[in-house]
Each structure stands twice: as structure tokens, then as C-alpha cells.
Design a protein around this ligand. Sequence first.
Ligand SMILES: C[S@@+](CC[C@H](N)C(=O)[O-])C[C@H]1O[C@@H](n2cnc3c(N)ncnc32)[C@H](O)[C@@H]1O
Length: 395
Amino acid sequence: MPIDEITQKVSDRYAKAASTGEQMCCPTSYDMADLQSFIPEEVLKISYGCGTPAGLKTVSLGETVLDIGSGGGIDCFEASRLVGPTGHVIGIDMTDTMLAIARKNAPLVAANLGYTSSNVEFRKGMADAIPVIDGTIDLIISNCVINLAPDKRKVFREMFRVAKPGGRFTISDIVADQPVPQYLVHDADKWGNCLSGALTLTDYIAGMVGAGFLGIHLIKTSPWQVIDGIHFFSVTLTGYKLPASAPLSDVRYATLRGPFSRLVDELGTTYLRGIPQPITPETVRLLSLVPLASHFILSPRPLWLDRADDRWTAIYPADTLCTWQGHFAMFAGPFIEAADDDHHIYRRGEPLEICSKTLAVLGADGYAPHFAIINRAGQSASGDAVICSPNGGCC
Ligand SMILES: C[S@@+](CC[C@H](N)C(=O)[O-])C[C@H]1O[C@@H](n2cnc3c(N)ncnc32)[C@H](O)[C@@H]1O
């Protein structure tokens, strides 16, 4: 299908939804009672996101926020409240009907928030040609939109262009556990339903890294639909455009604390738990970001850790039988590869089948935020319990 045709069909779909108030799309977790206190019903009823990026409290007072594919404006209005009257919010969307509803409600939201004038503006524009000046945005948000854009690499490059050095994104979108086959890609209706254009998690994150973002990691994930064995799920991801220059620092080494026994960062450096690794100033900047910093001790001189040290962390599997119940773990950063203490190697975005024992390990606090877990068993699988050999024979 030609790109223009996809775009037109998606726009028609959302114009129709906006004018009828149709309920559609995906898993969200808004506090509707709270939003109703300042956002008109006309906006809330055409909320078509798959997450709550602006509601994730990453927004600070006075910041400039860009919402790509702002729809009726729900996330822009939440961002408007969070940045305060000194902040600024820009929503862009390609669909006139959506823009009209958002623009009409902007003064009402401003009045409800007690602002003398609205700090939100809605511009007509495409996600792959964002009508915003270079390097002006602190935080980019987008809620269930990029999957609808035919050329996602261009969207990611545009995001990087408009982000300030030191800026970040928090984006919710639909991804798939495997490449979406051509018979779905060329199904015009499923484009509008956030299915046909979904990337795998690996390709999604690779696109962002390719554009220049780093420190990309998972904030939240929830299952959505299974179609022909393909699992579609929503992810909320955050990542950074590193500042152009690093503040002076005497840090020269990073020592991995755990719980991962080995990690590879996005710049290609490998870390083994407890062993000091020499690092460059660029890597110091990367490892200082949230949540990377919690995994390391950064120091001017080599620092070794052993198991007796309080700073060493590890999560070992229980000494129990394994049952295979159809679970797959997808590592979601902020590293490209990781190993646990039970012989598993997780590559970012790639589903790895895990047994009940590993499922329990990955549910522990130190690991859970890094993984999306899906179950590919067609029906609930009880599985026969099997013994894992001490060298990790079964899992
Ligand atoms: C699923 S809705 C989400 C709207 C809004 N973010 C929300 O959470 O309610 C997708 C929105 O993105 C817009 N959109 C889709 N593809 C776009 C593109 N390539 N460029 C700009 N806007 C796009 C549509 O017009 C629609 O308003």
C-alpha cells in the first residue's frame, strides 16, 4: 500500500472516530475522576491512547512538552497542568477534526486550571515532519501514534532533531512480539487499529537508538491483543538525547553491582559484576542516567566488589523444579544485552522462553522493571515439572 494511502486511511479513521465519539483502542490507566476535574468530557471520550505518558510524573514545572499525534488533547492538557503556567505544550496532529476539538477545549482547560491564558497550542503536522524548531523540546510524549506512521525511522529522527540536548521522551505505543506479516501490513483497516504498523520491540528501540537516543528503557507494559498468534502489547518507553558536552568529572571506572551478572551498554561496553571497567566520558554520562546509575558504582579508581560487600546484588533461582508454561521474557533495556545468575542471556527485545523458576526470578524487584513477559501458550499450560541441572541444563 502506498504511504499516502495509509496516511489518508488512518486520518479518515480518526476523523470519523472523533466526530462520532466512538470508543476504540487500547489499554490505558488514566485516573479519569482526576482528569474530569479539569478536562471536558468531549476530550476525554475520544482518548485513544495506549498508556499515560504525560501522567507518569516525568514532567517538571516550566518545561516545554511536545505531544506527537495529540488527538483530542488529553495528554497535552495533563502536561499543561504539570508544566504549570510558565511551561509550554505543543500538540501536533494531522487530522483536522481532532485539532478542532483540541483547540476548542484549550481555553476551557486553561480556565479550569486558573491560568490567565492557555499554555497549550495545537499545530497541524505530520509525525515524520514535525513543525517545531530544532533543539527546543524538554520532553517528547506520544500516545499510540508512532505505530500509525508508515516511516517510523523518519519519526524517530524528527524526535531527535526537536529534542533539546539533555531532553528526553516518554512514549507509549503498541509493539509486537514478532514481525507483523505482510498480509496484516497490507490490511488498511488494521493500520487504523494500531496493528498493521506495529514494530517488534527490538526494531522499535533500534530505530530510536539509530536516531541518536540512548538509555532507552521500559516504564510500563501491558498485554493487548493476540492475532494469529502474534502478541500485540503496549509499552511505555523513556530515553534521552545526551547533552552535547559532559560536566567535568573524575570518574574513570564503572563497577557493576548486579543483579545482572553481565551487561552490555548501548555504546558497546561490557561489564562483569564486581569487576571495575574503564569508561570514557561519554559512558560516564550514559551510566549516570536514571535507571542505569542504580546498577553501577562509578569511581575515579578501580573498585572491586565481592559477594560479601553490601553493594553486591544478586537474585538466585529457588532450588525447585521447573515448569514450562509458555512464558517468554523480553528484555527492554536500558542495555542491549544482559545475563542473570542462571545462564540466561537476554538480548533487548528478543523473546526468550523461560520456565516457572525464571519467571519468579524476573518478578523480583531488581529485574522486573526491565522485562515484558508474554505467554504464548494457546491455552493455559500446566506443564510437567522437570529438574534443572546445576549447570542450567533445562532453563
Ligand atoms: C490512536 S490516536 C491517539 C490520540 C491521542 N494521542 C490520545 O492518546 O488520545 C492517533 C492520533 O494520531 C494522529 N496521527 C496518526 N498518524 C499520524 C501521523 N503520521 N502524523 C501526525 N498525526 C498522526 C491521528 O490523527 C490521531 O489523532
